[in-house]
Design a protein around this ligand. Structure first.
Ligand code: NAD
Length: 430
């Protein structure tokens, strides 16, 4: 285990085929592991999922038919603490994708410096075609199938694509019924009334704001008056825009799935929020000019915040980007070749596992408060979050400077090193 690595990928770790999301994760991992000169033994451990669970969930549908849904829970690494990660309901869920997402949660929790490992769950289903009763039945059966593997000390799920606070309430109730007592800390992202944390809804956007502020400071841009463009106006995009505008910056452009808006003087975010509340889109907002969605990335702005979907910044649009800073609010918004191109052009990119890590940090705060049975004010949550995010940003920036690498590689170096150090200390149980 202590054999030094010869700078190449350990032989037992063959890369999965092209198109594998887990393969994409491994490529990012390998770059940082080489720079760290990671022991080959630890390299092998950290590139294998600790546990992958596959379950079949039979559900009686509203029409009386029985359907069987396949669900996964992957606990990628639990060296630093219980696995942590969301549950996704989507027809395209695969074990490969869930494993990659669980690995990314491992690195995100380690960068955020919280005592969690990484996990993720998914069920292959199309919730848009299911009734609320069917979704509740599926949730309860899925949790019953994995009930022995989850728990406050083992694995703590959370919402992800197509799962919400109500579904987390059913997760908590199902688990509690099985163990015979109310266990709020088995899941995060719950409604406030049953152990959710104040500040959780705004947490990811708040972290994006802090990352933007720190990045601007580093690059030497005055945030007050800076021009910002935001892709996506959902939970992350809208809160980021709101909080960054409160710092005195000008949000000049916002797009969503349907359309966009541009205002050179700065969009009034509060009015835009009221508009989207009513129309479910920023499209048609009167406080600016219409902006075609594909024009956002080429705008003359200081900061670009992709906060919508993965794979948005590609080699198709990266050459047109004028922003000096990109803050990845979304997960995986920049393709690896676009990232390389932008970094070489001197664009400062704050990677997803750092930029949006405040979401999981506040989930950690929820878990802590549930276990204490004592709840913090929103101000306390925000103060703690500010401290954690500032520390994480500083750790990654110092590492980027020390290794002379981009911030994404630096974030991986910080994360892998934290997990590797504890793996070494704990030693081999065999
Ligand atoms: P959301 O569903 O609330 O919002 C998504 C937004 O993106 C919507 O405004 C939607 O209209 C917009 N959008 C969809 N397709 C688009 C397109 N083609 N062009 C422009 N906009 C488009 O989701 P969210 O919770 O805000 O999450 C956004 C991203 O942030 C995701 O990648 C998610 O995984 C990531 N993330 C979210 C959290 C969190 O706490 N919510 C935490 C970490 C990471």
């Amino acid at each position: 285990m202590s054999t030094r690595n010869d700078q190449s990928v350990p032989r037992s770790q063959e890369l999965p085929g092209h198109g594998s999301t887990f393969g994409a994760m491994l490529q990012e991992f390998n770059v940082a592991a080489r720079l760290l000169n990671l022991d080959s033994g630890i390299w092998k451990i950290l590139t294998h999922p600790k546990r992958q669970i596959t379950v079949s969930c039979p559900i009686q549908m509203d029409n009386g038919e029985i359907e069987v849904f396949t669900g996964y829970r992957v606990q990628y690494n639990i060296t630093l603490g219980p696995a942590k990660g969301g549950i996704r309901y989507h027809p395209g869920v695969t074990l490969d994708e869930v494993t990659a997402l669980a690995a990314w949660m491992t690195w995100k929790c380690a960068v955020a410096h919280i005592p969690f490992g990484g996990g993720k769950g998914g069920v292959i289903c199309d919730p848009t075609k299911m009734s609320r009763r069917e979704i509740e039945a599926l949730t309860r059966r899925y949790i019953a199938e994995i009930v022995d593997a989850i728990g406050p000390e083992k694995d703590v799920p959370a919402p992800d694509v197509n799962t919400d606070a109500q579904i987390m309430a059913w997760v908590m109730d199902t688990y509690s019924m099985h163990v015979g007592h109310t266990t709020t800390s088995v899941v995060t992202g719950k409604p406030i009334e049953m152990g959710g944390s104040l500040g959780r809804r705004e947490a990811t956007g708040r972290g994006v704001m802090i990352a933007t502020r720190e990045a601007a400071k580093h690059v030497g841009i005055e945030l007050k008056g800076a021009r910002i463009a935001v892709q996506g106006f959902g939970n992350v995009g809208s809160v980021s825009a709101q909080l960054i505008a409160r710092q005195g910056a000008r949000i000049v452009a916002v797009t969503d799935w349907k359309g966009g808006v541009y205002n050179e003087k700065g969009i009034d975010i509060e009015t835009l929020l009221a508009h989207t509340e009513q129309h479910r889109t920023v499209d048609g907002f009167a406080g600016g000019d219409p902006l075609p969605v594909d024009k956002l990335f080429g705008l003359d702005v200081d900061v670009l915040i992709p906060a919508a979907l993965e794979n948005q910044i590609t080699m198709e649009n990266a050459p047109s980007i004028k922003a000096k800073i990109i803050i990845e609010g979304a997960n995986g918004p920049t393709t690896p070749d676009a990232h390389r191109h932008l970094h070489e052009r001197g664009v400062f990119i704050v990677p997803d596992i750092l930029a949006n890590s405040s979401g999981v940090t506040t989930s950690y705060f929820e878990w802590v408060q549930d276990r204490y049975g004592y709840f913090w004010t929103e101000e306390e949550v925000n103060q703690r979050l500010e401290r954690k995010m500032h520390e994480a940003f500083t750790d990654v920036l110092q590492t980027a400077i020390k290794f002379n690498v981009d911030m994404r590689t630096a974030a991986y170096i910080v994360a892998i090193n934290r997990v590797a150090v504890v793996t070494r200390m704990r030693g081999m149980y065999a």
